[in-house]
Ligand binder design. Structure first.
Ligand SMILES: [Zn+2]
Length: 161
């Protein structure tokens, strides 16, 4: 699936097996939120291609309406990824039986990450998977450090101009 932000032309490419991976992880999470980081790279200046949807780090904490992504093991994951020219692209998380709209906390988290010197990611991507493992929707967002804003991408179809 490809998502696009029409105002800038930025695209996010997610393969079906990545969506399947999220689906499996939300099945395991059941009634609680879950999530993790997204790895990938910019295949051209305007296309962020997801290469990996990561499991929640061991020290993540979650409830029905909240998720705190942990940090355990992230450093070595990011170093190993770096050696394969894959980088931190952003975050994904699950809204059980909810909508793909980001919560206030979600916006805050993305703004914080965009400004953080730890992530080297001034335009982090956020994927929200909402619903349940049998019937789900995806919301894809990108945050801009300079504008201090988060934008929602639309699904991109090849025949749409
Ligand atoms: Zn959320």
């Amino acid at each position: 699936m490809i998502f696009i932000l029409k105002s800038t032309g930025i695209k996010v490419a997610i393969e079906d097996h990545h969506i399947k991976k999220m689906r499996n992880l939300i099945k395991t999470a059941g009634i609680n939120e879950t999530g993790g980081i997204i790895l990938g790279s910019y295949t051209d200046s305007a296309t962020a291609t997801v290469s990996e949807i990561m499991d929640p780090p061991e020290d993540s904490r979650a409830g029905r309406y909240w998720f705190e992504r942990g940090i355990k093991g992230l450093k070595s994951i990011l170093t190993a990824a770096w050696n394969k020219n894959q980088y931190y692209l952003g975050e994904w998380h699950y809204h059980p039986n909810g909508t793909v709209e980001p919560s206030y906390q979600d916006y805050q988290q993305m703004s914080k990450i965009s400004k953080s010197e730890k992530y080297y990611c001034p335009e982090p991507i956020m994927i929200i998977i909402a619903g349940n493992f049998q019937d789900y929707k995806l919301g894809v967002y990108i945050s801009d450090r300079n504008l201090n804003k988060t934008f929602k991408l639309e699904q991109f179809t090849k025949d749409a101009k």
